[in-house]
Design a protein around this ligand. Structure first.
Ligand SMILES: [Zn+2]
Ligand SMILES: [Zn+2]
Length: 223
């Protein structure tokens, strides 16, 4: 429970718990790994092999992520997902929108990966907030173009090798047109990006690009 003392205390860094005047202290902020070239020009995987694992994925044209999903960015991502901090989501949205501009991911509309049933029950959808922040910064509309057809196991609960099958056909888009920028928080295997972008292309999108705040850089376990 919050007390008057807590309210007077400085913010604590979400990664190391030291006193901080922002979500991350200066030292943790300096340790975030920004994704840089050389990377796969399609999916943005740094130091990708000659045949990048994204060759198995359909749907999207390009995917870009700003930072590696590793500490301390991981703690920041979890704070954004779990705690509903609108200022943090707005700041991250601005950074990600700037990446979209640098990488020339121009779009007519921004959309997001809709939350599953469990997250909806919490009444807070961080992906939607992030997409709204990106859209505002890019000056384009944000539309909820995607719906979940059903809620199976969460991707996080499924082995990497099974994620593509787990999420395929899970999304539906009623109608889409023009170039769509799909915004999400983390790109892991690309399976969710694939499932969503395939649905958007079927619904009429001329092109789908994917923009995430973070991406896992471990070995990918795609077929
Ligand atoms: Zn820190
Ligand atoms: Zn790739």
């Amino acid at each position: 429970m919050r007390t008057a003392l807590d309210l007077a205390a400085p913010i604590r860094c979400v990664a190391c718990d030291d006193a901080s005047d922002g979500e991350l202290c200066g030292s943790c902020a300096g340790r975030i790994t920004v994704v840089r070239r050389p990377f796969c020009e399609r999916c943005g995987l740094p130091n990708a092999p000659a045949r990048c694992p994204c060759a198995a994925l359909e749907g999207f044209v390009r995917a870009r992520s700003l930072v590696a999903f590793a500490e301390p960015a991981r703690s920041l991502t979890l704070a954004m997902k779990r705690r509903g901090r609108p200022a943090l989501v707005r700041d991250v949205g601005s950074l990600v929108a700037a990446l979209a501009i640098r990488e020339e991911l121009s779009c007519d509309v921004v959309c997001f990966v809709p939350a599953g049933r469990r997250a909806r029950h919490r009444g807070f959808d961080p992906a939607r907030l992030l997409a709204a922040a990106v859209a505002r910064r890019l000056g384009v509309p944000m539309r909820p173009l995607l719906a979940r057809i059903d809620d199976g196991p969460r991707q996080a609960d499924v082995a990497m090798s099974a994620r593509r099958a787990n999420v395929r056909g899970r999304f539906d888009a009623k109608r889409a047109d023009g170039t769509v920028l799909l915004v999400d928080d983390v790109y892991t295997t690309g399976a969710t990006a694939e499932a969503c972008s395939v649905a958007l292309v079927r619904a009429g999108a001329s092109e789908v690009n994917v923009l995430t705040w973070a991406r896992t850089l471990r070995r990918l376990y795609l077929p």
